[in-house]
Design a protein around this ligand. Structure first.
Ligand code: ZN
Ligand code: ZN
Length: 269
C-alpha cells in the first residue's frame, strides 16, 4: 500500500511537471518584445493616435492595421489627421506618425522608429518607401499589409517573432517572410502578438507618455524633443547596429541621459 501511494505521488508530480511543461510554450513563444520598451500610461486599455500622413492608396492598409491591433485587450489605436509632411515624417510627441513617400532607392522598404526615455516610448514613426512599393514584388496588398502591420506593431514595443526569410510563415505580420500572402498569411497580428502586448503592458505607470489632447510632457522627454529635429532617415543617422541579417535590422542611437532612438528596418531585396 505504501508503495502504491508513493508511486501514485510520483505519478502525480510527474503529471504536474508535464502540465507545467505543456503550458510553458505559450510564455516562451510570447517573447518578441525587446528591452521591455512601452508607452507609459495610467490605465488599460490606452488609446494611441496614429497620424495619417498617407496618400489615399495607403489609407485602407492603415485602417486594416488599426483595426487589427485594436483587438488587443490592452491598447486601442485611432487614426487622426497627420502631424507632419509625408516626405519628412517628423515625430509628434505622444503618438505615432505613419507616412508613405518616394524616399528614394536608399535600401529600406519600411522603417519603424521609436524614441524612448528610460524604458518608456515617447513618440514613433512608421514609414513605407514607395520607391520600392511601386514595383514588383512589393506592389501587392500582401506586402503592403505585412509592412504596415509590422512597422506599426514595432511602435508598441513589439519585436519580430521570426526573422528568417524562407521558412514557413507563422501567420503574423511580426514574422518576416519572402511570401507574405502565405498560406498562412503574414498580413495581420496573431494571438502571440496580443499575448505579448498583455505582458508588456501588464503594469501601470504613474504618468503617461501617450498624447490625449494638450498635456505637459513628462520629465526626460525634453531631451527627446530636442533630438527630434535631427534628420534620421538614413543609415548614417541610426547609430549602432544591434542586429542585421540582410532582410531585417535594428539600430540604436543614444542621445544620452536615457534618451534613445531605435530604428527597425525591413530592407528591400
Ligand atoms: Zn512603464
Ligand atoms: Zn521589423
Amino acid at each position: 500500500m505504501k508503495n502504491f501511494i508513493a508511486s501514485n505521488r510520483l505519478k502525480f508530480s510527474f503529471l504536474a511537471a508535464l502540465a507545467v511543461l505543456i503550458s510553458l510554450p505559450t510564455l516562451v513563444k510570447a517573447s518578441h518584445s525587446w528591452g521591455n520598451y512601452h508607452w507609459a500610461r495610467t490605465a488599460n486599455p490606452f488609446t494611441l493616435k496614429l497620424g495619417d500622413n498617407l496618400t489615399s492608396s495607403w489609407d485602407s492598409y492603415l485602417a486594416t492595421t488599426s483595426t487589427d491591433w485594436s483587438k488587443s485587450n490592452v491598447l486601442d489605436t485611432t487614426i487622426v489627421t497627420g502631424g507632419t509632411s509625408a516626405k519628412r515624417c517628423r515625430p509628434t510627441s505622444g503618438r505615432v506618425e505613419v507616412c508613405n513617400a518616394l524616399y528614394g532607392k536608399n535600401g529600406w522598404l519600411g522603417l519603424a522608429q521609436i524614441w524612448v526615455s528610460g524604458s518608456h516610448i515617447t513618440q514613433g514613426v512608421s514609414k513605407m518607401n514607395d520607391s520600392y512599393f511601386n514595383n514588383a514584388p512589393y506592389n501587392s496588398p500582401a506586402w503592403k499589409n505585412l509592412v504596415m502591420c509590422q512597422e506599426v506593431g514595432h511602435t508598441f514595443g513589439l519585436d519580430h517573432q521570426d526573422e528568417a526569410f524562407n521558412n514557413p510563415n507563422l501567420g503574423t505580420c511580426m514574422d518576416y517572410t519572402s511570401n507574405p500572402a502565405g498560406p498562412p498569411s503574414n498580413e495581420h497580428p496573431n494571438q502571440h502578438d496580443y499575448d505579448m502586448l498583455e505582458i508588456i503592458y501588464a503594469h501601470l505607470d504613474s504618468f503617461t507618455t501617450v498624447q490625449s489632447g494638450t498635456q505637459k510632457l513628462p520629465l526626460g522627454q525634453a531631451v527627446a524633443e530636442a533630438a527630434k529635429d535631427q534628420d534620421v532617415e538614413n543609415r548614417s543617422e541610426w547609430g549602432r547596429e544591434l542586429r542585421n541579417n540582410g532582410h531585417v535590422a535594428l539600430f540604436e542611437r543614444d542621445f544620452g541621459a536615457g534618451n534613445k532612438l531605435f530604428t527597425f528596418v525591413i530592407w528591400a531585396n
